[in-house]
Design a protein around this ligand. Structure first.
Ligand code: CAA
Ligand code: NAD
Length: 305
């Protein structure tokens, strides 16, 4: 609670209400850290079931945070955080009165672009728009918005698990205004995060380095170079990574990883990324085709059931 007050007292960004699209792994996490920072949160998704999934993720995680931040009254902490979150499946209502939209839906350029074009017409003239995309261009996502909105448009790239990972990549396009960029930077600090400045380049900083590594790990098992277990052990004990690449792929979600890789094939065709970085890997494709998407579906490279 002390942390919340301290963060609120530095408020300079004009953001009181945040609307989050997508109540999956990322949207739930962003909703949680926003609510912990004292923002009013509107969490939205396409079905009630998806919202329920998001609230389940939040409930489990808030209890973990409460255990550390307010061990004498975990229930009180949880209640206070959850009181800041409302949910709806009505996209128009969700943006009718909000300061910031943060989108964390499926990693598809078409779906994201269409959503923002729709929201542009429904949200207030001063509402800032941000995408949590892993790999898509912010300018491309904003393409069908008005020029006025493009000045209010940036990237807010959080990391999974959001409540534990300190970093946020704040992305500006050549149309993002200085005031928008500053507000995005400042609001991440209020959430207790450390922002870094990124240009609108594929994968920004982290994923430009991390995703090629993960895909090459998957290609290693395609080729039979080593087992997934040995690769995971090797990278943890030999390179000091907290998770091996297959544990991390399962953690991120194999569908999300496949969306990133597919999107990058087009970028390679356009000459923006090297072809070798995005060569498809059958071990990921095969699991996605079976619906084994990683931890979130109970099974991926490993079994979590
Ligand atoms: N909610 C709240 N707190 C959580 C949490 C959650 N879901 N998961 C972990 N934590 C907290 C724990 O409470 C603990 O906090 P303290 O240190 O203050 O006690 C801390 O995080 C460490 O957790 P654990 O001790 O339970 O476990 P761990 O030491 O094994 O760490 C981990 C877990 C933080 C997930 C660690 O394994 C890790 O850093 N893994 C790598 C994660 C990573 O690389 N993420 C980036 C993925 S890529 C991405 O996100 C970008 C993209 O676009 C795809
Ligand atoms: P997820 O599959 O866990 O959740 C996605 C959610 O979006 C689902 O609940 C789905 O119902 C919802 N959704 C789909 N279309 C929607 C729409 N039109 N309106 C509202 N909700 C809609 O995915 P995730 O892992 O949370 O990823 C979300 C975004 O965040 C993606 O762009 C992804 O690339 C990015 N990202 C993911 C990670 C990660 O490690 N998983 C990390 C950083 C960024």
């Amino acid at each position: 609670a002390v942390g919340v007050q301290r963060l609120m007292s530095t408020k300079t960004d004009g953001i009181n209400t945040i609307t989050i699209f997508g109540a999956g792994l990322m949207g739930a996490g962003i909703a949680q850290v926003s609510a912990q920072a004292g923002l009013k949160v509107i969490l939205t998704d396409v079905t009630d079931k998806a919202l329920e999934n998001g609230l389940n993720i939040i409930n489990k995680s808030v209890a973990r945070v409460g255990k550390k931040q307010q061990p004498d009254d975990i229930e009180g902490f949880t209640k206070k955080v959850l009181a800041n979150i409302t949910t709806t499946t009505d996209a128009e209502q969700a943006v009718s009165s909000t300061d910031l939209v943060c989108e964390a839906i499926i990693e598809s350029i078409k779906v994201k672009r269409d959503l923002f074009a729709y929201l542009d017409k429904k949200a207030g003239a001063n509402t800032i728009f941000a995408s949590n995309t892993s790999s898509l261009g912010i300018s491309e996502i904003a393409e069908n918005c008005t020029e006025e909105r493009k000045a209010l448009f940036g990237g807010l790239h959080f990391f999974n698990p959001v409540p534990a990972m300190k970093l946020v990549e704040v992305v500006r396009t050549d149309k993002t205004s200085e005031a928008t960029y500053q507000a995005l930077f400042d609001v991440t600090k209020r959430m207790g995060k450390v922002p870094v400045a990124c240009k609108d380049t594929p994968g920004f900083i982290v994923n430009r380095l991390l995703v090629p590594y993960l895909l090459e790990a998957a290609r290693m098992i395609d080729r039979g170079d080593a087992t997934k277990e040995d690769i995971d052990i090797a990278m943890k004990l030999g390179a000091g990574y907290p998770m091996g690449p297959f544990e991390l792929l399962d953690y991120i979600g194999l569908d999300t990883t496949q969306f990133i890789a597919d999107g990058w094939v087009d970028k390679a065709k356009a000459g923006v990324l090297p072809e070798a970085l995005v060569e498809p890997t059958s071990s990921i494709v095969d699991l996605v085709n079976k619906g084994e998407l990683g931890r979130k579906s109970g099974k991926g490279f490993y079994d979590y059931t």
